[in-house]
Design a protein around this ligand. Sequence first.
Ligand SMILES: [Zn+2]
Length: 99
Amino acid sequence: MCPKHRSEVAALPIYFVAARHGTTVLGESGPSWQPYGIQHARSLGSSRTECGLSALNWRIFWELPFPGTRGPTCPDCLKAVGLEELRARPKDAPRASDE
Ligand SMILES: [Zn+2]
């Protein structure tokens, strides 16, 4: 493979939601398999979450790019993938607007 092309691929990490357990959730389009508990980030080919936990027997939700849109998310994983500022808000910060 061309070295230049390889570096471009490596510059695009893709993270998926990983969790210790999963559960079936009934949604508008029927039942779906969703993470249960804290959601961590896991990249392709890694046996660990981005925060360093061994995740060999965890479930990976390939259809859910990290961070997921529902449920609690691991703050260390958010930090590891560079998304901390997107999701983490100080608990005592006033709301910026009425959402
Ligand atoms: Zn994590």
